[in-house]
Write a protein that binds this ligand. Structure first.
Ligand code: ASP
Ligand code: MG
Length: 417
């Protein structure tokens, strides 16, 4: 007997018929003798509907009340699933985050989990119950409802799996695993049988939407065995077959079956680039420019400072596109005159394309191959950044698809390994 956590996303819970299928799948696992905790998202579209509703009342909704509203989507879903499981003759009970006591800090709309009291869940499991828990939500010390940020149910599931020391956490979604890249951009993209936790972390932070990044951080920290798989397959397929499907997130590079150098290509259109032109090249200049940006709570991603000519230099960095205008305002109002910059230029029609793979550690020449491939297509690289296991370039947004497709082919990601 194993303790297994399942997580079903919005699409998987998208209709009464789909919820019944989830119940059938859960019942199958339970009947095989396992203890089951099931974390659910709101039915697809529901969280957006609730947030829109809030915005129709207030253009700047109170964050506390926003969480009160947004968290109800999961509450409905958990009740429906518990009912559907009971209809199949099993015992099931649902809990909100506050009822379990998933304790978070009080950062509404993006709260972080601090601790989980799993005693109630454990005693239910011991009574043979299937426990259904609302994802995406918790409660702060003072009893206020909080939510964990969009896509937060993944994090709820992994955190529960960690707290319960579950044998495995299965994340059921509308794709059948993690792909070499988005199949909507490259139809030849392949499903990866396994990906290392570090690679998954890079991919999630570089724009792959399969898992919420915080859930991957949690999985890494607590070594939660994680698998991403489809909820849209036959719910009654054999357990052996199901346990092998999807993509396993591993902690051991050696256990990775595929030994490709590059595991995947991530891309992200959410970036914008800002260049501060003609600034004096002297100590403290980066701080003078980025200090006010940080004070405005704007995250900076890539940073480049050019070599100076006659003591003057250009300084470029990227920010999230949503914060682009605000960043420009900060620079124009607080920084430009102060450092006597000649100009502030911005470009929000850029994107970031990244190669990810632990194989890069032991293989030289990946970067030059990437740059050559892009140059052969006439794609100009605006910025570059690297880490041990990834190389990212910023390019003009209009070349994004072309870049991803050519790199996918150049690195043989379309070839079975
Ligand atoms: N329902 C929430 C959202 O749409 C949380 C989740 O689905 O994970 O973001
Ligand atoms: Mg999701």
């Amino acid at each position: 007997m194993a303790l297994i956590v399942h997580k079903y996303g919005g699409t998987s819970m998208g209709s009464p018929e789909r919820i019944k299928n989830v119940a059938r799948r859960v019942a199958k696992w339970k009947s095989a003798g396992h203890q089951l905790v099931v974390v659910v998202s709101a039915m697809s579209g529901e969280t957006n509907r609730l947030l829109d509703l809030a915005k129709s009342i207030s253009s700047s909704p109170n964050p506390r009340e926003l969480d009160v509203i947004a968290s109800t989507g999961e509450q409905v879903a958990m009740g429906l699933l518990a009912m559907a499981i009971s209809e199949l003759g099993l015992k099931a009970r649902s809990y909100t985050g506050a009822q379990v006591r998933i304790l978070t800090d009080n950062a509404y709309n993006k709260a972080r989990i601090q601790s989980i009291d799993e005693s109630r869940i454990r005693s239910d499991l011991d009574e043979g119950m299937v426990v259904v828990v609302a994802g995406f939500q918790g409660v702060d010390e003072r009893g206020n409802i909080t939510t964990l940020g969009r896509g937060g149910s993944d994090t709820s599931a992994v955190a529960l799996a960690a707290a319960l020391k579950a044998d495995e956490c299965l994340i059921y979604t509308d794709v059948d695993g993690v792909y070499t890249t988005d199949p909507r951009v490259v139809p030849e993209a392949r499903r990866l049988h396994a990906v290392t936790f570090e690679e998954m972390l890079e991919m999630a932070s570089l724009g792959s939407k399969v898992l919420q990044i915080r859930s991957v951080e949690f999985a890494g920290k607590y070594k939660v065995p994680l698998r991403v798989l489809s909820s849209l397959t036959d719910p009654l397929m054999s357990l052996e077959e199901e346990a092998k499907s999807g993509t396993l997130i591993t902690f051991e590079e050696d256990s990775k079956m595929e030994q490709a150098i590059i595991s995947g290509i991530a891309f992200n259109r959410d970036e914008a680039k800002i260049t501060v032109m003609g600034v004096p090249d002297r100590p403290g200049i980066a701080y003078t420019i980025l200090g006010p940006i940080g004070d405005a709570n704007i995250d900076v991603d890539m940073i480049i400072q050019n070599a100076s000519v006659d003591g003057m230099t250009d300084f470029s960095f990227t920010v999230h596109r949503n914060e682009y205008q605000q960043a420009l305002d900060v620079l124009n109002n607080q920084v430009k005159a102060h450092i006597k910059a000649t100009d502030i230029r911005g470009d929000n029609r850029i994107c970031k394309v990244s190669l990810v793979g632990v194989g890069m550690r032991t293989h030289a020449g990946i970067a030059s191959k990437m740059f050559r491939t892009l140059s052969e297509e006439g794609i100009n690289i605006l910025m570059i950044s690297t880490s041990e296991i990834k190389i990212s370039v910023v390019i003009d947004e209009k070349y994004m698809e072309l870049a991803v497709r050519t790199l996918h082919k150049a690195f043989d990601l379309d070839q079975p390994v």
